[in-house]
Design a protein around this ligand. Structure first.
Ligand code: SAM
Ligand code: SF4
Length: 327
């Protein structure tokens, strides 16, 4: 599948639920209202949509949310998709998780064919962890990370850089992650969804973080790519890899290879734009309708997003939170 700008679409992110057992301050408001359950696609429908994309050449699927591991029976979806790896265009099924439920799922993920996962972790301090996730328990998350590591999953830690919150802790997080053999990727906060917090207070440009890190570490740009928007650096002192995702200070849209499916079957061609296609209706109307809907949607994938975080304009760029579109 190629879009109108010649970008080849080989990556689908799938949000299997908008629900979550955390309420991270940059992602959701404390009193988040979730979608009515009857609007959410069944796991079978999600699988059919994923396979429709695989049939059109999608090579990588990332299961995300909300928190994907809180969706009932989600391991069935991993099993069924995992069975297609190497037997179709599909090369990889991955997961992004907050790791709260990972301890009980790690081995099953490996059994299903998952080899690497992304785990979100913004601090190693239990009190601060509770503060940033509002509801999270760091002990459970660390147990999830240990279980995933023991099961043989390759782990990448994703950390949202937050001004005045984890800014000073980033060097320690880097040492810890690399010491455990995990990659670390830092992400700038994106203005998505009403969270009840002021974005401009949270936003920390990674250009600043990098300059700070360079006081203690030698960062060498690396040609490593994972098919995602991160730019990588090799860290001489730790021997590990650091990724930076900078949607606000560096626009990565020109190499975007992905589209995103929500748990209600809406396909978003860009994380930062409103336009979407209703694939639930198309799926229920039959194969030909679905085929037409996917082709039309890819053809109108926009050139890029226009995120800005501005004190004079504090409203989010989009009302839609990351938990709906799938981070
Ligand atoms: N619940 C899972 C987790 O936290 O890993 C998966 C979904 S979560 C929406 C995916 C990623 O999006 C997480 O790494 C989270 O930190 C990130 N995220 C959420 N809201 C964001 C925002 N406004 N700006 C930047 N990253 C955000
Ligand atoms: Fe939940 Fe992930 Fe959003 Fe945090 S970032 S509230 S864990 S969906």
């Amino acid at each position: 599948m190629q879009d109108a700008f010649g970008r080849s679409i080989s990556y689908l992110r799938v949000s299997v639920t908008d629900r979550c057992d955390f309420r991270c301050v940059y992602c959701m408001s404390e009193h988040m209202s979730f979608l009515p359950r009857d609007e959410v696609l069944s796991l079978e429908e999600i699988e059919r949509l994923c396979l429709a994309f695989v049939d059109r050449g999608v090579e990588r699927l990332r299961i995300t949310g909300g928190e994907p591991l809180v969706r009932k029976n989600v391991m069935q979806l991993f099993d069924r998709l995992g069975a297609r790896i190497g037997k179709s265009a599909l090369q990889e099924v991955t997961l992004t998780t907050n790791a709260s439920q990972l301890a009980r799922h790690a081995k099953d993920l490996v059994r299903a064919g998952v080899t690497r996962i992304n785990i979100s972790l913004d601090t190693m301090d239990a009190d601060k962890f509770r503060q940033v996730t509002r509801w999270g328990d760091l002990t459970k998350v660390l147990a999830g990370i240990d279980a995933a590591d023991a099961a043989g999953l390759k782990i990448k830690i994703n950390t949202v850089a937050l001004r005045g919150f984890n800014q000073d802790e980033i060097p320690d997080l880097l040492r810890w992650a690399h010491g455990r053999g995990f990659d670390l990727t830092l992400i700038e906060t994106m203005p998505l969804g009403e969270t009840g917090e002021t974005r401009a207070d949270q936003y920390l440009p990674l250009s600043l973080v990098r300059a700070n890190l360079e006081r203690s570490f030698t960062l060498t740009p690396s040609s490593h790519r994972t098919g995602g928007p991160a730019r990588y650096y090799q860290v001489a002192e730790t021997g590990g890899r650091l990724g930076l995702i900078t949607p606000l200070t560096h626009n990565f849209c020109e190499s975007c290879n992905r589209v995103r499916l929500t748990c209600t079957g809406q396909l978003f061609m860009c994380l930062g734009q409103e336009d979407s296609a209703d694939l639930r209706g198309a799926l229920r109307a039959g194969d030909a309708a679905l085929d037409r809907a996917i082709t039309a949607a890819i053809a109108r994938k926009p050139k890029g997003h226009d995120f800005v975080i501005d004190r004079r304009n504090p409203a989010p760029a989009l009302a839609r939170p990351m938990s709906l579109t799938g981070g």
